[in-house]
Structures are given as structure tokens and as C-alpha cells.
Design a protein around this ligand. Structure first.
Ligand SMILES: [Zn+2]
Length: 296
């Protein structure tokens, strides 16, 4: 199923592009550019056969957005300049995701063992970077790779100013809420970037997961609700701290992820790392398992 907005083709991922899949964009111009590769592999192959892909651009390094980079073996692939370094090693990825912070070198070794080979290949094939805030023209289709950090440090939102279209990817407006749980994610940056996005001169916002295409007003309203989830998380976490829960107890409840999913090491890692960010924002510090109010 393909939707088109002018020269931009939207290619869906499986299951309505829900994580671990995502939506890809294809710029139908002589330059044949594909943005992110989380879409359905059969559709991506068909696209490659029918139209060709000469450049793959990744908005950031997460596996759901680089998922099928390996389908485009000899194609040039670019990522943002801040994450090119991150993807050069498993250590870099482990550090960016909170694995090192939460579990130390043992966690890094566990990730090295369990990270699917394809994911490593997807990142290993990335050959270069684009620059932020420079207008690229792909056979006349102009796009600006806006630096919109928060989800990750280097997160990029491709903005087609002449078309009034922006691919907001992981500002995905889902009921799960904002994701900034890696050590390279940041709540304040996430909020600041959300403001940058709604202030753009754009009529069409395309998200990376689930619903997909939003009109301007609809997106502004959805963003308000979406960012509001951050405050709800603050309130919930503060309530538990006031009740006297320690860090171990707090990270076993299932604030972000369902409790039963916290057996999955990477989800547990993000749960812990995310809760640390909220605690810091609320003025608490964590020492081992103990949570203390910081005197300001
Ligand atoms: Zn992501």
C-alpha cells in the first residue's frame, strides 16, 4: 500500500509500521533517495526494482529505522553526523542505549552476544553523513535535515520546505508517549524539538509509526497530548517516591513498559534509564538503590 504526496512516496512497514517496523519515505526524483528502511522488505525490494534506490538516508541509528539497510548492499548510506561515531562499535551503541550505564561491561558483552547480526550489518554498511540544516536538492526536490534531538542525540527530521512536508519519525504521536530512554535521549531536548516541529511552515506531518499522516492542526493537538504524557510520568514517579519506594522497586513497577515485559534486558535497561531522567528532572538523585531529594 503506497501513499504519495507530490514526489514523496510513503512506504508502510508491517503491522501499521508499529515498532519494530517503521515507515519509509522515497523521493521519486532522478536521485532516487530512500529515507529509513523499516518498511516492508517485499515493498522495498519492489521499489528498488521498479524505481531504483541510489541513496539511503537514516534519520538515526535505531534498529527499527535501519532495519532493511542490508537490502541495499552497494548503495551509499548516510546517517546524521552525531551518530556516525556511535555506530562504529557495539560499545558506542551500548553506551547510547544506557546498557553501559545500567550494567557496566557485562551488559555490553551481553549486547554483543545477543544483538542480531543483521542489525550490526545494517549499521556497518553506513558509509557517510549528511549535514544538518543545509538544503539538499535531489533533482529539484529540496530537503533540509533538521537536527531535532531528544529521542536520540543526533535525531533528524527531514523537512521538505517547498512541499510543506516533514517526516517527524519517532515524534510518533502514539499513546505510548515520547521515547527518550537511551542515555543519548533527553527530555528537555525532546520538548524543545517538539516546538521546533510545530513552528515549521508545514501542512503535512508524517510519523514513523502507526497513524502516519497528520494535517497541521491535527498534529499540533496530538503533540500537545503527546508531550503531556511527560508530565503524567513525572507525577506518577513522584507519587511513588513520596510513598518511599527505592530505585529497584520503582524500576520493577512498569512505569513505561508493561511489568511482564521487564524481563527483556533492553526494556529493563530503558525503564531504568528513563526513570533516572525523570528523577533528575524532579530534583532527586539516585545513589545505588537510594533516592534522595537534592537540596537546591
Ligand atoms: Zn528511534
Amino acid at each position: 500500500m503506497m501513499r504519495r504526496i507530490g514526489p514523496i512516496m510513503i512506504i508502510e512497514g508491517a503491522n501499521n509500521s508499529k515498532v519494530p517496523f517503521s515507515r519509509s519515505l522515497y523521493i521519486d526524483s532522478k536521485d532516487k533517495v530512500l529515507i529509513d528502511t523499516g518498511a516492508d522488505p517485499a515493498e522495498l525490494r519492489a521499489l528498488d526494482e521498479e524505481y531504483g534506490v541510489e541513496l539511503v538516508v537514516n534519520t538515526h541509528y535505531h534498529p527499527d529505522h535501519t532495519l532493511h539497510n542490508h537490502l541495499f548492499r552497494d548503495t551509499e548510506k548516510w546517517i546524521n553526523p552525531l551518530e556516525f561515531e556511535t555506530i562504529q562499535s557495539i560499545e558506542g551503541i551500548a553506551k547510547g542505549n544506557g546498557v553501559y550505564q545500567e550494567w557496566g561491561p557485562e551488559g555490553v558483552e551481553a549486547l554483543r552476544k545477543h544483538m542480531p547480526k543483521e542489525w550490526v550489518q545494517n549499521l556497518g554498511e553506513i558509509s557517510g553523513t549528511y549535514q544538518y540544516d543545509v538544503e539538499y536538492s535531489f533533482s529539484g526536490v529540496k530537503v533540509n535535515f533538521l537536527h531535532t534531538p531528544g529521542h536520540t542525540k543526533g535525531y533528524t527530521s527531514p523537512y521538505f520546505s517547498e512541499l510543506g512536508v516533514v517526516y517527524v519519525g519517532d515524534f510518533d504521536m502514539t499513546s505510548f508517549g515520547p521515547w527518550y530512554f537511551g542515555t543519548d535521549g533527553d527530555i528537555d531536548e525532546f520538548i524543545a524539538s517538539s516546538k521546533v516541529l510545530i513552528e515549521l511552515d508545514a501542512e503535512t506531518y508524517i510519523t514513523g509509526h502507526q497513524k502516519g499522516v497528520f494535517g497541521r492542526q491535527e498534529f499540533i493537538e496530538a503533540m500537545d497530548k503527546y508531550i503531556g504524557i511527560i508530565d503524567q510520568r513525572d507525577e506518577l514517579i513522584e507519587k511513588y517516591v513520596r510513598q518511599g519506594l527505592n530505585f529497584e522497586e520503582l524500576t520493577n513497577i512498569g512505569i513505561f513498559y508493561p511489568k511482564k515485559m521487564l524481563d527483556v534486558l533492553i526494556l529493563k535497561t530503558w525503564e531504568r534509564s528513563g526513570i533516572r531522567k525523570h528523577l533528575q528532572r524532579l530534583g532527586f538523585s539516585v545513589h545505588g538503590s537510594e533516592i534522595q531529594l537534592v537540596n537546591k
